[in-house]
Ligand binder design. Structure first.
Ligand SMILES: Cc1cc2nc3c(=O)[nH]c(=O)nc-3n(C[C@H](O)[C@H](O)[C@H](O)COP(=O)(O)OP(=O)(O)OC[C@H]3O[C@@H](n4cnc5c(N)ncnc54)[C@H](O)[C@@H]3O)c2cc1C
Length: 252
């Protein structure tokens, strides 16, 4: 019995971006995250396109998390300690061991696993997967769409050796999420939202993944989206950046 269609290890920029796409495609998605994104160490995020004067990176991370949860993914705050093949006759699926969380450790099974846990890949020791790098900096080799050499196992973001910028991890996480959606081939795929008639007025079927919405619905969704954004900006209380671990060690 498989618990989830997709389990994403790491709830930082790449993981939450991937989850947004897999959850919107109605794949049962769990994000297992331990700690916070490395982006919490940033002072202010000024190079993420779409924010003219930048945005607080901790506020950005919270909004990213809510977006993934609104898309329908579940979240578990726990550390992944081991990933192994599930015992399925056809060789598909994985079992994932966790530590911490509400039940202080549980084993979860998933059809597909996406690794986004910069910078920890130690839990992959049991799998026949050659990592690149050494010591604390290990990278998971992937093809152009984020697939590893093991069927059903993917990696995204910095741990997949992408450039060390948040927009790159967001883009790569999204790309790998879409790869997972294509491989899983679900009945329903929710991607673009277009105005009513955009396709149908041209005698075209609404393509897979697209939704046509009425003008009333467009205005309702836009109002709701902008109200939520306003709430975030009004309620946000400044949080200091998370210091580098060696700095904390030196303080003790
Ligand atoms: C000081 C600093 C400033 C930066 N400033 C900028 C900037 O201005 N602009 C910019 O574009 N980029 C900046 N970056 C880089 C940016 O933060 C990263 O490129 C981006 O966060 C990488 O995304 P990711 O999803 O790969 O990793 P992360 O966002 O770090 O996400 C990885 C997640 O996995 C979790 N995790 C790790 N191990 C496990 C495990 N075993 N089980 C479960 N979860 C686990 C981590 O806790 C984390 O939440 C900065 C980085 C630093 C350090």
């Amino acid at each position: 019995m498989t618990d989830y269609d997709v389990l994403i290890i790491g709830g930082g920029v790449a993981g939450l971006s991937a989850a947004t796409f897999t959850a919107r495609a109605d794949l049962d998605t769990l994000v297992v995250n331990d700690g916070v994104s490395i982006l919490y160490r940033n002072a202010i995020l000024e190079n993420f396109p779409g924010f003219p004067a930048g945005i607080d990176s901790r506020l950005f991370s919270l909004m990213l998390q809510e977006q993934a949860e609104r898309a329908g993914c579940e979240r578990l705050d726990a550390k992944v300690t081991d990933v192994d093949h599930a015992n399925h006759a056809d060789g598909s699926g994985f079992t994932v061991e966790t530590k911490g969380g509400e039940d202080d450790g549980e084993t979860i099974s998933a059809e597909r696993v996406v690794i986004t846990s910069w910078s920890d890949a130690s839990y992959l020791d049991g799998l026949d997967l050659e990592l690149e790098g050494s010591g604390s900096k290990q990278y998971v080799p992937v093809d152009d769409d984020g697939r590893t050499d093991i069927d059903g196992l993917y990696a995204a973001g910095r741990i997949a050796k992408q450039y060390h910028q948040a927009i790159v991890s967001a883009g790569h996480g999204s790309q790998v999420g879409i790869t997972v959606v294509h491989d899983a081939d679900p009945d329903f795929y929710h991607d673009w939202v277009v105005p009513e008639g955009y396709f149908t007025n041209r005698d075209r079927d609404v393509p897979e993944g697209c939704e046509e919405i009425s003008e009333d619905e467009r205005q309702r969704r836009a109002r709701k989206a902008h109200d939520r954004l306003r709430d975030y900006l009004e309620e946000w209380e400044d949080e200091r950046p998370v210091p580098h671990p060696s700095f904390v060690e030196n303080m003790n």
